[in-house]
Design a protein around this ligand. Structure first.
Ligand SMILES: Cc1ncc(COP(=O)(O)O)c(C=O)c1O
Length: 401
């Protein structure tokens, strides 16, 4: 049979990260690559108890088709959980926040629509947007995220017919860089967004994973009708439950709902009820601090190992939450070439090139390290091996001691 595929299928490329994850499944590999939460944090006993309770008390409804908006008590609980004034009517339960990105692509992007993204940005968002054929334009960023001064210039210089449909950004513990946007920038961005009519998509799957201090208020709380908020339970419960949500401006809700209906009718009813049970017990308020403490200690182990082992030509940031840090190699070392050598030595990471929307701005000497899935022992061993691979590429460089 000759199947003729849609042109958009041509534009879908296998995720670079998924290819790397295949490598990491090899026995013996120490992986800093995947964005996988630590399985130690998965609430297996609590989910088990919740499933038993639901199936015993409400089994028929939990296994039946349901409304596309989501389980009403869950929508109420989500609205109540958020630290700004949210009506349950604005909440759309999604099958992971990744589905929210897909719905946004369908409802907000036409062929050649312009969308703005951070540089670098979350690869999965670019993958969700690309089939709709947008022109993806990057906005300038630095170690504190979006550079609002340069954004203002960009906004001033953008003719009306080049206006973006939205700016997609991750203010908290960004994937891939781990950086966080400070309050001053958020405040200025909100003012600019209102003044220039710039619509925002705020993706916040890592927001609860702060270490010492809560991040500043969300952008959505400052301008709810001008911002789409994407939330996720993947990082504080378990990604396999596939539970996320959108908080939507009222004007967008009906169309997003139709797109959701067409995509999967609704998010699994049983999973939604499990989440509702957990949100209603005192489990989550106790669980979040334990994840934060674990991830903070993992980060400290990785920072310690980097300090000890890395050549003096290598630098990295110190995230204040989340799961990733961003490492900068000397300019002449390409992280993609380094990956091949590192994998031979049993180490995996994600080369920075995977996260840039456009080749012209790609920085080939960056790489993303996840500090949450490997054990401390593996971190110590793996960073030492990685440092040796880098030193070998770089010629001999004295270590920091
Ligand atoms: C920035 C960002 N957005 C969205 C997602 C998708 O998360 P999920 O669909 O599991 O909620 C991820 C997953 O890692 C992510 O890093």
């Amino acid at each position: 049979m000759n199947w003729t595929m849609a042109a958009r299928a041509e534009r879908m490329n296998p995720s670079f990260i998924r290819e790397i994850l295949k490598v990491t499944e090899r026995p013996g590999i120490i992986s800093f690559a995947g964005g996988l939460p630590s399985p130690k944090t998965f609430p297996i006993a609590e989910v088990n108890a919740a499933v038993t309770k639901i199936l015993t008390e409400d089994g028929e409804a939990a296994l039946q088709y349901a409304t596309s908006e989501g389980y009403s008590p869950l929508r109420e609980a989500v609205a109540k959980m958020l630290p700004w004034d949210v009506s349950p009517d604005q909440v759309l339960i999604t099958t992971g926040s990744q589905q929210g990105l897909d719905l946004i692509a369908k409802i907000l992007i036409d062929k050649d629509s312009i969308i703005w993204v951070e540089s670098p940005t979350y690869l999965g968002a670019v993958q969700a947007f690309t089939p709709m054929e947008p022109r993806v334009v990057s906005v300038a960023c630095d170690d504190d995220g979006l550079d609002v001064e340069l954004l203002e210039v960009q906004l001033k210089n953008t003719p009306a017919d080049q206006k973006p449909r939205f700016l997609y950004l991750l203010p908290n513990f960004q994937n891939p860089t781990g950086r966080t946007m400070p309050e001053s920038r958020r405040a200025k961005l909100s003012v600019l967004a209102k003044a220039y009519g710039l619509c925002l998509v705020e993706d916040n799957p890592y927001g609860d994973l702060w270490f010492d201090q809560e991040p500043p208020d969300t952008l959505t709380s400052r301008n709810p009708e001008g911002t789409i908020y994407l939330g996720s339970f993947s990082k504080i419960l378990a990604p396999g439950l596939r539970l996320g949500f959108m908080v939507l401006p009222s004007v967008l809700y009906p169309k997003m709902l139709q797109a959701k209906q067409a995509a999967d009718l609704h998010t699994p009813s049983l999973n939604q009820r499990v989440l509702y049970e957990l949100l209603h017990s005192d489990f989550i308020p106790k669980h979040k601090p334990s994840i934060r403490a674990l991830y903070k200690s993992q980060l400290e182990a990785m920072l310690g190992a980097l300090e000890r082992e890395m050549p003096a030509t290598v630098t990295w940031n110190k995230p204040i939450g989340g799961m990733f840090l961003w490492l900068t190699l000397p300019k002449h070392i390409q992280s993609q070439a380094l990956l091949h050598k590192a994998v031979e030595q049993g180490i995996a990471f994600v080369p920075g090139a995977a996260f840039y929307a456009n080749e012209s701005e790609t920085e080939h000497n960056k790489l993303r390290l996840s500090f949450v899935t490997a054990s401390v022992e593996q971190i110590n061993k793996g960073i030492a091996i990685l440092a040796k691979c880098i030193a070998d590429e770089d010629g001999f460089q004295p270590t920091r001691e």
